[in-house]
Design a protein around this ligand. Structure first.
Ligand SMILES: *Cc1c(COP(=O)(O)O)cnc(C)c1O
Length: 416
């Protein structure tokens, strides 16, 4: 065990001076803060004054904006990405006896809903440095029961969809892109959303937000119609019809449905945010570049790699892996120490198979998800959001250097 105070006391004065010159910031810097402008606020207030606050013209406008941006033929908004996923699984008839392949390195809502629909989640490993699932690992997990494959475009980097779609097509299995991180991502020149069926999230940490909200884009118009019904009680028509500024009172239930329609108050925020999507991504890209250059000289703190195939990255979150063998800190200690100096961090994600229910109910063979586990134990999301200044970014890296300098001298002292 390392006794920080002791090792510190024996250090030469010059190295004390180095770390003592660090001044923690006065205010807490969260790892994410939504970029809400006065225009965004005015857009939401206008809805509140309009007399129609639930799903209506703003939902239509945001669906149009997402279709225009992605090139998707259809877009359907929901109250969250998770709700979108739920109704999509129901629309596809995913249920008992079915298997759904997903990386374990994902947000748990995907596998939770697979399980809640009565199907089974089958986890695949990801690349150690991009966190993307490959066609090869997915192919090995396919069985006659496989009903769907859900690759995740992690942190805004796209999976290699050509190879994944090719193996799925051969076997007639549906591919659903988890594009929660990927509004604005391009794969080989094409927007994510343009092809196939994709799920987006507009949770406050995502690249654009509606407060809570999500969307499905699809090139399957029958699936889109079914999703619209499932979203709103199973009624033949949706909440709002342009023609009559409301819903026809005579519409009937076609098949029982849920109530997962996004209110216009939320959609208006999304319409306003969509106008700044490119601006947001550009600022995130600048921050990423600055982080990469500043962190390149920090040992034991490793950013992710980007994929080798042609792509345009949406820079959703900035993840580093904390190597305890070099830094002398576990990831959890690293996060706690950054918090002490007013720097917030996140964890995206603890691998799904390592959560208690999945450990107990969906055990995996030891070593089969090695890269997911390796990252799950070391990864940490450091602050990145459009309104951060370069000074904030430099402050985060200075704070990282500071917390490491204290333990590094300690690791050194132990070895002596
Ligand atoms: C955020 C997220 C979701 C779910 O989105 P919600 O809108 O929060 O329900 C799904 N998958 C991934 C990878 C996510 O990051």
């Amino acid at each position: 065990m390392c006794v920080h105070g002791l090792a510190w006391a024996f250090l030469p004065k010059s190295s004390k001076m180095n770390t003592l010159s660090f001044q923690p910031r006065q205010d807490f810097l969260p790892f994410c803060r939504p970029a809400v402008s006065e225009e965004d606020i005015a857009a939401v207030v206008a809805v509140l004054r309009s007399g129609w606050i639930t799903s209506g013209p703003q939902v239509v406008a945001l669906e149009d904006a997402i279709r225009a941006r992605t090139g998707a033929p259809e877009c359907i908004l929901f109250t969250s990405g998770t709700a979108a996923m739920h109704l999509l699984f129901l629309a596809l008839g995913i249920g008992p006896g079915d298997e759904v392949i997903t990386p374990s390195m994902t947000w748990v809502s995907t596998c939770n809903l697979v399980e809640l629909c009565g199907a089974r989640s089958v986890f695949v490993d990801v690349d150690r440095n991009t966190l993307l699932a490959s066609a090869e690992s997915i192919e090995r997990a396919i069985t006659p029961k496989t009903k769907a494959i859900i690759p995740v475009h992690f942190a805004g980097a796209p999976c290699d969809m050509d190879s994944i779609r090719a193996i799925a097509k051969q076997r007639g299995i549906m591919v659903i892109d988890d594009a929660a991180h990927a509004i604005g991502t391009k794969y080989k020149g094409q927007e994510i959303g343009a092809a196939g069926t994709c799920i987006f999230s507009f949770h406050p940490i995502k690249n654009i937000t509606t407060g809570e909200g999500g969307a499905i884009t699809t090139d399957d118009s029958q699936l889109a119609a079914r999703l619209r019904r499932l979203r709103f009680h199973g009624l033949a028509a949706d909440a709002f019809e342009r023609g009559q500024q409301g819903r026809s009172p005579q519409v009937e239930v076609q098949d029982p449905g849920f109530k997962q329609n996004l209110p216009d108050m939320n959609a208006a925020l999304g319409v306003s945010q969509m106008r700044r999507l490119d601006q947001f991504i550009e600022r995130r890209a600048q921050i990423s570049t600055l982080y990469r250059s500043l962190l390149s000289s920090v040992d034991g703190i490793e950013p992710l790699d980007v994929p080798t195939w042609n792509h345009s990255h949406a820079r959703h979150i900035f993840i580093v892996r904390v190597l305890p063998e070099i830094t002398g800190l576990t990831r959890d200690e690293f996060m706690a120490k950054l918090k002490e100096v007013n720097i917030g961090t996140g964890l995206h994600f603890k691998s799904a198979h390592m959560h208690r229910w999945y450990r107990e109910n969906r055990p995996v063979a030891a070593g089969s998800l090695e890269n997911s586990e390796w990252n799950s134990n070391r990864m940490c999301t450091i602050p990145m959001f459009p309104d951060m200044t370069d000074e904030d970014v430099r402050g985060v890296v200075a704070a990282i250097r500071y917390v490491l300098s204290k333990t590094r001298t300690c690791v050194g002292a132990e070895r002596q």
